[in-house]
Design a protein around this ligand. Structure first.
Ligand SMILES: [Fe+2]
Ligand SMILES: [Fe+2]
Length: 276
């Protein structure tokens, strides 16, 4: 089922929160469709788990034949592992991804599928035409990926933040916008402490993002953060968060002695452990 984040006569932003079967094996992920004047872009299309459902659900709103772009915030499997199927199922859609990943992404496809269909975005980002509008590709490097972008839609005033602002929740919970940040922080904190690279990066990003007129922060995992107060509270929280290399010292780099039991294969517990 899709959630309409924004719609007017020419422009729509749809969010898909529950396309992956919730058996606890794979982390919940959101996918997005932005349409302007009959032209469309999928943002963070996801892995093979999401492809069939996304393609079908999307077809109800928009013909995939008219898709111009598959826009990837970075090159993780939950972002772009379905690339081969998108390249096969759409005639013209181009992959838009950081230049750092442009030569790595073809490893997701069969030989030749990405020929002349990859737009490598320079570190500084840029404005990507979409229909009569444009999407702003904003630098978001090291949050968490080395070559990483966020996407600002000036019409809906939505900032799509990839793994930043992610919360570890179910698909149903991801469909409910957060307007009060304080109780939501517990669902974001563990993930951000481990996956985000450093406080310096978060502060640089917040300084840039505060200049935008934002109605909604929409992450690739979990619930959107909506409204001026909650968004400002998110900026305040994130620019004071210590994470990644801030928290690592020599204790994290010791020759290990603990044995890994190959019989234990509880993906749910592993997922909880890294997002705690
Ligand atoms: Fe990621
Ligand atoms: Fe992700």
């Amino acid at each position: 089922m899709s959630i309409e984040l924004y719609r007017d006569k020419q422009h729509a932003c749809l969010m898909f929160t529950d396309l992956i079967e919730e058996d606890g094996q794979a982390v919940q992920a959101n996918q997005f469709l932005v349409v302007d004047s009959g032209t469309g872009a999928v943002i963070d299309p996801g892995g093979n788990l999401a492809f069939n459902e996304l393609y079908l659900s999307m077809s109800r709103h928009f013909s995939p034949q008219h898709l111009s772009y598959l826009i990837a915030s970075h090159a993780d499997p939950d972002i772009i592992a379905s690339l081969d199927r998108w390249m096969t199922s759409t005639p013209r859609a181009k992959l838009v991804i950081s230049r750092l990943w442009a030569r790595f992404a073809p490893h997701f496809t069969k030989v030749g599928k990405t020929e002349d269909r990859v737009i490598g975005v320079p570190d500084a980002g840029g404005l990507l035409p979409l229909g009569k509008s444009e999407l702003w590709l904003l630098p978001a490097h090291f949050m968490h990926s080395e070559g990483n972008f966020h996407f600002y839609d000036p019409i809906s005033r939505i900032l799509f933040t990839g793994d930043l602002a992610a919360s570890m929740v179910s698909g149903a919970e991801a469909s409910r916008p957060v307007t009060d940040l304080a109780p939501h922080i517990a669902r974001m904190e563990g993930f951000h402490r481990r996956y985000m690279v450093s406080n310096k990066i978060l502060r640089l990003w917040a300084r840039m993002a505060r200049q935008l007129d934002i109605a909604m922060l929409v992450p690739q995992h979990g619930a959107p953060i909506v409204g001026r107060q909650a968004i400002n509270d998110f900026f305040d929280w994130i620019e004071n968060l210590m994470c990644g290399v801030d928290l690592f010292d020599d204790r994290a780099y010791q020759i290990p002695t603990a044995r890994i039991d190959p019989a234990i294969n509880d993906t749910r517990a592993q997922l909880r452990a890294v997002s705690r």
